[in-house]
Write a protein that binds this ligand. Structure first.
Ligand code: GAR
Length: 212
């Protein structure tokens, strides 16, 4: 039984997608806890209402990033997870944190990495005038929004799009690829070879959506 801890900072819709898929498909996994760095994260309500243990570690109560991350590691490890899933966890992580979870720390980023790391990815995509945009699930390394990519989903950028319409189209795909990537991890189908993620047996690591 794979034990999973999910970290959120807000709405938690990706966490919700993972929890719902886990329940629907009877994953051989347990969501051991949902942890937020913000006490008011609305995703905590969903987790609580689904009987998942929740915890809050408010970053504002710590004097610096290192101290917060140190405490966060203690908290996460108290649930002895096999996998830590960042689902809209809006914190830059220290090298110590990242190396502690090497190979078992996943993130989702709302762009086709390596394009548009950082914040406001939908605005960045519109400003760049790209015709496709998307999301990426990747293993976390020390470089921000970087690391071996597990799966990506692309969506078209349509005439008249603004950041909200584009974000909505991307988010729909996030809710498909994140549960899929986590399931691959649970089923031991993922390996990393020279920075590249291999899935075996092979399955497409790029979803191309034509959704409007
Ligand atoms: C998602 O779009 C996720 O990709 C993004 O924050 C949103 C969280 O939504 N993450 C990042 O930008 C990380 N760099 P959610 O709380 O509803 O899952």
């Amino acid at each position: 039984m794979t034990s999973i801890v999910i970290l959120i900072s807000g709405r938690g819709s990706n966490m919700e997608a993972i929890v719902k898929t886990a329940q629907k498909d009877a994953w051989p996994a347990k969501i051991a806890a949902v942890i937020s760095n913000r006490p008011d994260a609305s995703g905590l309500d969903f987790a609580r209402s689904h009987g998942i243990p929740t915890a809050v570690l408010d970053h504002k109560k710590f004097k610096d990033r290192a101290e917060f991350d140190h405490q966060l590691v203690q908290l996460i490890d108290s649930y002895t997870p096999d996998l830590v899933v960042l689902a809209g966890f809006m914190r830059i992580l220290t090298g110590d944190f990242v190396s502690h979870y090497e190979g078992k720390l996943l993130n989702i980023h709302p762009s086709l990495l390596p394009l548009f790391p950082g914040l406001h990815t939908h605005e960045q995509a519109l400003a760049a005038g790209v015709s496709e945009h998307g999301a990426t699930v990747h293993f976390v390394t020390e470089a921000l929004d970087h690391g071996p990519m597990v799966i990506q989903a692309s969506v078209p950028v349509l005439p008249g799009d603004d950041a909200d319409t584009l974000a909505k189209r991307v988010l729909k795909q996030e809710h498909i690829i994140y549960p899929r990537a986590v399931r691959w991890f649970i089923d031991n189908r993922i390996s990393i070879d020279q920075g590249r993620v291999l899935v075996s047996p092979p399955e497409s690591q790029l979803l191309v959506s034509q959704d409007k």
